[in-house]
Ligand binder design. Sequence first.
Ligand code: ADP
Ligand code: AMP
Length: 214
Amino acid sequence: MKIVMLGAPGAGKGTQAKMLADRYGIPHISTGDIFRYNIKNGTALGMEAKTYMDQGKLVPDELTVRILLDRVAKEDCRDGYVLDGFPRTIPQAEVLAGELDKISDRIDFAVNVDVPDENIVRRMGGRRACLSCGATYHVEYAKPAADGICDRCGGELVLRDDDRPETVKSRLAVYHEQTQPLIDYYEKAGVLRTVDGTQDIQVVFDDIVRILEG
Ligand code: ADP
Ligand code: AMP
């Protein structure tokens, strides 16, 4: 099963994508996590991506698409994957569809996690991320067992640089301008499904599973 997660930054795409990946035994692929991993390790790719990410802008399509296509070509993606944060522009979606078309394949579902902008700022301000393993928490809604420490790997939890309120505003503007048109794009392709992302994490998950298995 090949799934694309759509939604504003902070809508809960990553949270749900990880749960779906566990349930279906397929990889969770987050282009944001790949960039952050590269930044942490000081690679040239990381340095380039950081200049865009810190301003709340998108990393250029050419670079992002190359990273994503390399990742989905790996053996563990043969039976499917959950894409989180990709595609974020129509050209990215078109390249992905073109690559899948070459092997007579396509995206099965684009799950739109719908959360209004008012809720997003609170979500992002409270998000804490583990830069070692990519796990995500929230100071109010999804607390780790011990403050500031990742349950999964013991790593340190931090407020992402791009989750500061000033950057969140630009990221939301970029979302509405460049990413939201994908909702129409996948609707036209007949694979769009929308869930109410303001509900509890488990309720959102149950809704998505019902859609995928319905
Ligand atoms: P995205 O991947 O879409 O940017 P995340 O999955 O990282 O979003 O979620 C953003 C923040 O909101 C995180 O701190 C996460 O723990 C929290 N969160 C995710 N889903 C919910 C939900 N349904 N209700 C409340 N908080 C949530
Ligand atoms: P995320 O972890 O998905 O919230 O992504 C964090 C940041 O990484 C975004 O604000 C962008 O700067 C960059 N990024 C992640 N995925 C993409 C993408 N598909 N296209 C362009 N930039 C991306």
